[in-house]
Structure formats: C-alpha cells, structure tokens
Design a protein around this ligand. Structure first.
Ligand SMILES: [Zn+2]
Length: 468
C-alpha cells in the first residue's frame, strides 16, 4: 500500500479546526500528510477525487475497543452459542419486570450467560490465529465505517504470540492505532499481568509500530472493579501501572461500570495515580466529586454509549463530563454488545442521551458530538497534533461521505447529517495515514469474503474447543 497523491476536490469540507467549514473546498494529500486545505488548489500531478455535493471530514477516532472479541459479535448473551440453537428455555428468557430495574438500583446484575462470563468462557479458548482473525474483521469494519484511528484495548493476551497476532492485524490494516497491551480474560487477580512481555514489546517497538502509525499503551485492570471476587490487591495494581509509566506508556482502565464500582476514581486520586496519561473508561456511575478529581488531574475519558446502555451500566454522562472540562472521546468498546462499530450511530445516541438528560434540545449539538468523534477524541488519545482535523501538516486521515442514499438525499446541515443520518454505507472514500483504504464504497486493501470466511472458521474452532 503506497501513499497516495490525492486531490479531493470541491467537497463541503468540515475541517473541524479553527479555519471552520470550507464549502466547495479541496484537500490535498501526499506522502501521508495533509499538504493543503482550501479552495481551488492547484496540484498538477495529483489524482483527482471529485467530491462535489459530498461531505469531506476527518477520519473518525475510536478511543476504546476490544477488537479481538469482534469474533464473538452479538454473543453478549452467550447461551445460544454455547449451548445450541437456543440455550434459553422454550419461550425465551423471562422478562425482568420494570419495577425490578430502576436506573438507580445500587447493585448491578448479570448472569452466567452475560458479556463477562461469555468473554471469559470463550476467550480462554482463543489461539493467536483467532485473535488475528477477530482483530482483522474489526479493522475491516472500522475502515468501512470511516474510522481511521482505533484504540485496541487488548484484554485477552494469553502470551506474546497473542499480542503479536493483534499487532500483525493492526499493521496490515493501514489504520492508525494505539495497541494497549492487557491481561487475559479470566486473569487470576492474585497474579501480575505479563509485564516482561510488555517490556519486550516496548524494547522492540520499531518492529511493531508500522513506522509510527501504531503506538503502544497498557490496558490496566486497576483495582478490578466492583466484584469482590475480581478485586486486585493494591500491591499488584500499583506495580502494573508503575511499570507502564516507567516505560513511558499511556494507560487505560475501565472505571465505574456498575454503580457498586463507584469509588474507583476516588481510589486512584487518593493514591496519586490519576493523570493525563490515564484514560478512564465508562464514568457512568462516578460521583460529581470523582468527576471533579478526574478533571483536576486532566484524565481523559472514553464514553461508549451503546455498550454502557446495553450492559446496564446506565446512561452515559457525556454532558457532565464536558461541563467539568474533561477531555472526552467516543468509543465502540465491544461489538459483542454494540453489535457493530457504527461510530455515526455512537455519535447520534451520545447526543440523544445528553439532550434527553438535560431536557434541552441543544444541550449537545451535532457539531459538539462530531468534535468528540474527531478533534476531541484525538486530543483525548494524545494525538491532537497528529489527526482529528483537516489541517495542513497533520497526518492524512480523511473521509468522504456521499449523500446519494435514500437516507440522506438532500444537503442541509452537514454536521447534523453526519451525526443523525449517515451510516457506514455512505462512506465513499477513506484515507488513513495517506493511504486509500476505501474507494467508491469498497475496501481497497481487504479481501472481505476472505476475512469473514477466516473469522467464521476461527469462531468454529473456538466454540469446538470450548465445548470439548
Ligand atoms: Zn471496554
């Protein structure tokens, strides 16, 4: 895959930088870099893409996603796949009566067929090739959906081979990525994560980093959350985060999922562990005091509204996080819960929840939420100078959205169209790090039938081993 010399001409350019929108604008991409953004650019030898009547925007930024478990898409209710065509009793699972599930219920409920249990039961049967197949499928979906940056929160690393399998898939994909080296699903909470392997990766990073396109980070267990059985001893979690910081790596932790986990952020604050290098995921149940502590420390937050709602963590609290001044990014999290990696839909539900909670039609505007999926998301990942806006000098992560589908069809407010109407099928062109990864609506560097065939075969193997 070589860097393109591309002139994207005459589109409605949402730069998402202080220059503002440029109707009828051009974007010139060469050598992986945005060379110029403006009107009537004169670039004699560039290949021209006609973007007239289309929206040109920065590639979307995901800030937390377990790419490996895309192999288990839709399996957050694991019984059918583990048991047979329908693991539930005839008539299905009995519905939970409404009075039993108010949003402010203190305890959190799931069962042995839920996301975490399924993740552990099947995750332990992954071989490196399965991690590769799952990550490759996720990467293909990201490209198709106009996502050019992913944060691969890799929490089923069962040995160095698994990490290398993820990195191979990310490297081949052409996407910009942070690879956060984690533990493994079902990791014994009295055992350290594989810090030696992390150090080995860090030492040999040039071989994995795809020329700077992929960064290394740590996916940290932290205190382990609300379940006493999962609690990690302070000596262990402190040693883990210290190791990451010694290597100069950014860290990410799931904080405050279920209500009973409230207090995690306060714990990290007490121990002096919060900082701009520690991304906090899911602050749904953080107290106002905790949000203030995170803001004081400059800790970025990743919000994944679909999965937070689906798993029962409660409503995303994007409005409160933004009001406190926290750097916020949006995320896919896991397609086991969200089903797909449609970041347009993530933007839409983020806005809808924020406005619904505030009882205000414009508490969060389409433009605000688009910023979260581009500039702000990039900034929250420490990539503000690299990507997130169409600015000369930044790396070339660009999408073109076509308005010809029946669900678009008219040109009105471009930010609103992207947030409320566009879907991955409307993404016509995707350029990541200056390489064309989707053109005329089709992936250019991924053999999709081959990737899906490999994913199905890998899943069959995982299920067979799990049943054995
Ligand atoms: Zn997650």
């Amino acid at each position: 895959m070589s860097h393109a010399n591309l002139l994207i001409r005459g589109g409605y350019v949402l730069t998402m930088d202080p220059a503002g929108d440029i109707p009828g604008g051009d974007v010139h991409v060469r050598d992986g870099v945005i060379q110029a953004v403006g009107r009537n650019l004169d670039v004699p030898r560039a290949q021209v893409v006609d973007a007239a009547g289309k929206i040109v925007a920065p590639g979307l930024v995901d800030t937390h996603w377990h790419l490996w478990n895309t192999l288990l898409r839709g399996m957050s209710d694991g019984k059918p796949a583990l048991g047979g065509p329908d693991g539930h009793p005839p008539g299905g699972r009995p519905p939970v009566p409404p009075e039993a599930r108010p949003m402010d219920k203190p305890e959190y409920r799931t069962d042995e067929s839920g996301y975490f249990a399924t993740c552990v039961a099947l995750g332990r049967n992954f071989l490196p090739g399965d991690t590769y197949a799952g990550t490759r499928l996720a990467a293909a979906e990201a490209i198709d959906a106009g996502i050019t940056t992913v944060h691969d929160w890799s929490h089923n690393i069962r040995g160095l081979d698994w990490a290398e399998a993820s990195l191979r898939a990310l490297g081949e994909s052409g996407l910009r990525a942070r690879f956060s080296f984690g533990y493994q699903t079902g990791h014994p909470n009295d055992r350290l994560m594989a810090l030696d392997d992390l150090a080995r990766l860090a030492a040999g990073w040039p071989a994995y980093g795809a020329g700077g396109r992929i960064q290394l980070g740590m996916a940290w267990r932290g205190t382990g959350g609300s379940n006493p059985a999962m609690r990690v001893a302070p000596a262990l979690y402190r040693e883990e985060i210290a190791a990451a910081r010694e290597l100069g790596l950014p860290v990410s932790v799931h904080a405050c999922g279920p209500a009973a986990a409230a207090g995690q952020v306060a714990t990290y604050a007490d121990e002096g562990l919060l900082g701009p290098d520690l991304q906090l995921v899911h602050l749904n149940n953080a107290s106002a005091a905790e949000i203030a502590l995170a803001a004081q420390a400059g800790a970025p937050v990743s919000v994944s509204p679909w999965t937070e709602l689906q798993i029962g963590y409660g409503q995303p609290v994007t409005g409160e996080l933004l009001a406190a001044g926290l750097p916020v990014g949006l995320s896919v999290d896991t397609t086991m819960l969200s089903g797909n990696a449609d970041l347009f839909a993530v933007m839409k539900v983020t806005q809808a929840c924020a406005n619904g909670q505030a009882r205000h039609e414009f508490a969060l505007t389409a433009r605000d939420v688009l910023r979260l999926a581009t500039t702000d998301g990039a900034r929250s990942m420490g990539l503000g100078a690299v990507t997130g806006s169409l600015t000369a000098g930044k790396r070339a992560d660009v999408i073109v959205v076509c308005l010809d589908s029946p669900s678009l069809g008219v040109f009105t407010d471009p930010a609103r169209l992207l947030v409320t109407a566009a879907t991955p099928r409307d993404v016509e062109l995707v350029v990541a790090d200056g390489r064309v990864l989707k053109r005329d609506g089709a992936l250019t560097a991924v053999d999709v039938p081959e990737v899906t065939r490999a994913a199905r075969a890998a899943l069959s193997g995982v299920l067979a081993r799990a049943a054995a």
